[in-house]
Design a protein around this ligand. Structure first.
Ligand SMILES: *[C@@H]1O[C@H](CO)[C@@H](O)[C@H](O)[C@H]1NC(C)=O
Ligand SMILES: *[C@@H]1O[C@H](CO)[C@@H](O)[C@H](O)[C@H]1NC(C)=O
Length: 176
């Protein structure tokens, strides 16, 4: 129940934008999971699959798969236990990965590269199979209402919170 005096503020979050130059753009809210879709029906036997992001440091990567299993020694701490093959294997040319529990900092351009079994070139000599621009937008705002003088507890570390005083005008807006 909201008294008439209260004002709710809506916060604008990013909306899907179509990409330029064949880059696919996906917009997802922080805290959700996303599938980075990638499929190439011409690929059946994958020897190496790499997902990288264009702003990572030398030799870092988002996800690496070789000899039939993930190889994650060069994965930055921030991606640990958050990136998985969508089907747990590269079957029928499906190279998609799932990125879980998204953070704002996950925004960026992701590219996948593949070495087919039996090829003799190195991964850096291949062209990316898929390029995806991921935009992670702030989560939906939560409304927290409180009586004047009341203490409140803010719910989480990822929170766009609109604090509302129940009896008077809007009290404040917090971005944590
Ligand atoms: C991933 O991309 C970054 C930025 O281009 C690069 O510095 C890094 O070496 C790449 N990782 C691998 C394993 O090639
Ligand atoms: C996923 O792969 C791992 C290791 O390759 C295996 O142990 C596990 O059973 C697989 N899970 C599913 C659901 O296929």
């Amino acid at each position: 129940m909201w008294p008439f005096g209260s004002v709710l503020f809506l916060v604008l979050v990013g909306s899907p934008v179509s990409g330029t130059s064949g880059l696919k753009t996906i917009t997802v809210k922080a805290g959700e999971n996303v599938i980075l879709p990638c499929r190439d029906p011409n690929i059946n036997q994958v020897s190496v699959l790499e997902w990288n992001r264009t702003d990572l440091q030398e030799n870092e990567y988002v996800f690496f798969y070789r000899s039939g299993e993930p190889f994650l020694a060069g994965q930055p701490e921030s991606f640990k236990n958050r990136v998985f093959l969508k089907n747990n294997q590269t079957k029928d040319g499906d190279l998609s990965v799932v990125l879980k529990n998204l953070k704002i900092e996950d925004s960026g351009t992701y590219k996948s590269r593949v070495l087919k079994t039996g090829t003799k070139i190195s991964l850096s000599q291949t062209l990316p199979i898929c390029s995806i621009h991921l935009v992670v937008s702030p989560p939906d705002p939560k409304i927290i209402s409180a009586e004047p003088g009341e203490d409140i507890i803010l719910p989480s570390s990822i929170c766009l919170c609109v604090l509302q005083e129940t009896q008077e005008e809007r009290f404040g807006e917090l971005l944590l």
